[in-house]
Design a protein around this ligand. Structure first.
Ligand code: PEP
Length: 246
């Protein structure tokens, strides 16, 4: 299956900085590229859509509301995102779970709301260091994925799953390819129990993936791409990861 490399810019960038970054990425994209998505802060989505026009790059959002419309100050609906050309939405990133108190049920509702409007949710799951050390990794990620599977029902084959161990995000401490593959295999088995087309669901890895470690992670049988934070802000590094996945 075609791999997916998604860059999560988080709350970084500026109009001129984004333009420079995108120009360099578009210019350096390899031929026969894997699927590539960039997820800028929402305010820059329209600029970014324009900057990547004519290239293979798609645009994603870092979040989406679970609600359709109405009194939800500060939120953006899936319909609004889709209207602007956004085709992916990260849901349940650990920073949203941690700093915004998003529950498994809320993340599932966001995934469902995105799918309903033609936006592909990238559903993030992952354990904290404390949970890993307590031997709870599999139970945690299975619980998180189960909530999303329950919410999206028969559309489960249309989601992307991102395994992002919280202890590896932004820390420079990457899961080894074996550690990541072990969890991806658990998630694959869980998807297989939910849908006959589980093998077509992309399960991407996130957590300090960079130009140096991408190839060995992406070589694992159940690692179908990457969700990249820090390294997606440097054109050369992001392009190296794309190259490794293409
Ligand atoms: C992320 O935020 O999804 C992420 C994986 O960040 P980093 O690559 O910086 O660890």
């Amino acid at each position: 299956m075609k791999k997916l490399i998604a860059g999560n810019w988080k709350m970084n960038g500026s109009r001129s900085g984004n333009a420079d970054l995108l120009q360099a990425i578009v210019a350096g994209l390899p031929v026969g590229v894997c699927d590539v998505v960039v997820c800028p802060p929402a305010l820059y989505v329209a600029d970014v859509i324009q900057a990547v026009q004519g290239s293979a790059i798609l645009v994603g959002s870092q979040d989406v509301s679970a609600a359709e419309k109405g009194a939800f100050t500060g939120e953006l609906s899936a319909a609004m995102l889709h209207e602007h050309g956004v085709r992916f939405a990260i849901v349940g990133h650990s920073e949203r779970r941690q700093f915004h108190g998003e529950s498994d049920a809320m993340v599932g509702a966001k995934a469902q709301a995105a799918l309903a409007k033609g936006v592909t949710p990238i559903v993030c799951v992952g354990e904290t260091l404390e949970q890993r050390e307590a031997g709870q990794t599999q139970a945690v990620v299975k619980r998180q994925l189960a909530a999303a599977i329950h919410a999206v029902g028969h559309c489960v084959s249309e989601i992307v799953v991102a395994y992002e161990p919280v202890w590896a995000i932004g820390t420079g401490q990457t899961a080894t390819p074996e550690q990541a593959q072990e969890v991806h295999a658990v998630l694959r088995a869980q998807l297989r129990a939910a849908t006959e087309t589980a093998d077509a669901v992309r399960i991407v890895y996130g957590g300090s993936m960079n130009a140096a470690n991408a190839a060995s992670l992406l070589a694992q049988p159940d690692i179908d791409g990457g969700l990249i934070g820090g390294a997606s802000l440097k054109a050369a590094d992001f392009l190296s990861i794309i190259q490794a996945a293409s």
